[in-house]
Design a protein around this ligand. Structure first.
Ligand code: 13P
Ligand code: SF4
Length: 304
């Protein structure tokens, strides 16, 4: 049963001094056994401060790589090796290095959903909860923002004093939601507030009552006086919020708002990883790590 496996994982975690980090898109059973659950930015901070010598990341590959970059002395595992992020694979280092040459003097600002190789040539990383603050704070006026054009468009609007060049990548899960989906959800739930992740298209975010990261959306819904909410991000958040706030109602913007990569990790995967029978240890050559971590450290410096 789920609760027996959870008990076994909790016991093993203590015995073997393992820290389990779970992105908020993980299922409820995994979040319950995690030491920490949060959005990409919060996970990066936790990765730096966790005292344990071993970390298991329940999320996608770039998140486990970020932990390894920040804590090279730790053993870091991705609970399910198949969990990648399609957006992170969209742009490679060689192509972006050429694009960078076309925009001399621009800061290369990379969403954290990128590969370690691409991070080696990026000036600073951002996450959805920190992008506006960081783009405002960096000294450069000109910004080459990769890879998410939807997040980039949102940040550009919030930071009009800077000059942005956007490239057209993005999250296939969020980008497939169109304005008709948003209007249909609003028509079905006329009394609900509409909370949307900035990875969604601008036509969709324009209709939102609140735009923010996964943690931002959860915090907004928990604190709000309102009673009904349409959730415009991965549907795990609908379930978590329904557990946290049973007196409120949460509706999925679309039943298609499912990231199959985030859904790849299961509770038995976490258990197998702890026993050494599954998962993948993140191995990174020191030259790549040392070059890539700089833009993560800059993110933490400017992001606070
Ligand atoms: P946040 O964790 O910044 O909300 O981003 C969501 C996401 O899609 C992570 O892959
Ligand atoms: Fe990548 Fe989108 Fe899945 Fe996040 S939700 S891991 S950005 S594909």
């Amino acid at each position: 049963m789920i609760k027996d496996l959870q008990q076994e994982i909790l016991k093993l975690k203590k015995e073997r001094d393992i820290c389990i980090l779970a992105h908020s898109y993980m299922s409820e059973d995994i979040c319950e056994i995690a030491d920490f659950t949060g959005d990409s930015y919060a996970l990066s901070l936790k990765a730096k401060s966790a005292p344990q010598k071993t970390v298991i990341m329940c999320g996608v590959r770039f998140m486990a790589e970020t932990v390894k970059m920040l804590s090279p002395q730790k053993r870091v595992f991705l609970a399910n090796p198949d969990a990648g992020c399609p957006m992170a694979e969209q742009m490679d280092r060689e192509v972006i290095a050429e694009v960078k040459k076309m925009y001399p003097g621009y800061a290369l600002v990379a969403y954290i959903n990128t590969t370690a190789e691409l991070k080696t040539i990026s000036d600073v990383c951002v996450t959805s909860s920190s992008a506006v603050k960081i783009c405002r704070a960096i000294p450069q006026k000109n910004i080459l923002f990769i890879p998410d054009i939807n997040l980039g468009t949102y940040v550009k609007e919030q930071v009009p004093e800077k000059n942005f060049k956007l490239l057209s990548g993005g999250c296939p899960t969020h980008a497939k939601i169109d304005v008709e989906d948003a209007l249909a959800a609003k028509a079905a739930h006329p009394g609900a507030l509409f909370l949307v992740h900035p990875e969604c298209r601008p036509e969709v975010t324009k209709l939102a009552d609140y735009i923010g990261s996964t943690s931002g959306i959860m915090e907004f819904a928990e604190k709000s006086e309102a009673k009904e909410f349409i959730i415009g991000t991965e549907n795990a958040i609908v379930q978590h919020l329904q557990f946290k706030c049973p007196q409120k109602k949460f509706y999925a913007l679309s039943k298609d708002l499912v990231c199959h990569n985030m859904k790849a990790t299961t509770l038995p995967d976490v258990y197998a990883c702890m026993l050494g029978n599954g998962g993948e240890e993140i191995v990174m050559d020191e030259a790549t790590r040392a070059a890539a971590v700089k833009c993560i450290e800059k993110m933490i410096e400017y992001g606070g």
